[in-house]
Structure formats: structure tokens, C-alpha cells
Design a protein. Structure first.
Length: 88
């Protein structure tokens, strides 16, 4: 099964994502044109980051809390490809 990915931009100080792209190039163009600050992160489609990380041996639940909804719903992985943008 081939996993598709999307790119999500989360602006500095924002509570929610402000843009979604199907490729990194278009995302970077938009971020740079608008002179934005934030993080651009690659996410799997139709698969949670939690399940993706487990499937790729990037995370192994070791505590009871690691399989609880409150943990899973906030899970992110530093192993996701991501880029930080700052304007100097």
C-alpha cells in the first residue's frame, strides 16, 4: 500500500493550520510570497501520525497512557519531515 502525503502549514501563534498543499514546492512558494512564519509539515493521508510512526518503527507505546485517546489525539512526531520559516 502506497501512502500519499500532504503538506500542512501552521503559522506562528496560530491555533489551527492555515493551509494545505499536495506538494512541498507550492507550499514553499506560498509561504515565501506571503512572508509567513511557521512550520510546514508533511502528513500522511488516511493514516494518523500516531499509526504512521508505529508502522515505521518510529514510536513504540511503552506506557499505558500511550494507547489512551488523550495521548493519541495530541501525538506528533519529530520524525515527520518539516521546515521552519522565519522572517529576519
Amino acid at each position: 500500500m502506497s501512502i500519499k502525503f500532504i503538506w500542512i502549514f501552521h503559522g506562528t501563534g496560530g491555533r489551527f493550520a492555515s493551509a494545505v498543499f499536495d506538494n512541498k514546492e507550492n507550499a514553499e512558494i506560498w509561504v515565501k510570497e506571503k512572508k509567513l512564519e511557521g512550520v510546514l509539515t508533511k502528513y500522511p493521508v488516511n493514516l494518523s501520525v500516531y499509526d504512521w510512526a508505529i508502522k515505521n518503527d518510529l514510536f513504540k507505546p511503552k506506557k499505558a497512557e500511550h494507547v489512551e485517546p488523550k495521548f493519541i489525539q495530541k501525538f506528533t512526531s519529530a520524525s515527520q519531515e518539516h521546515y521552519h520559516f522565519e522572517n529576519d
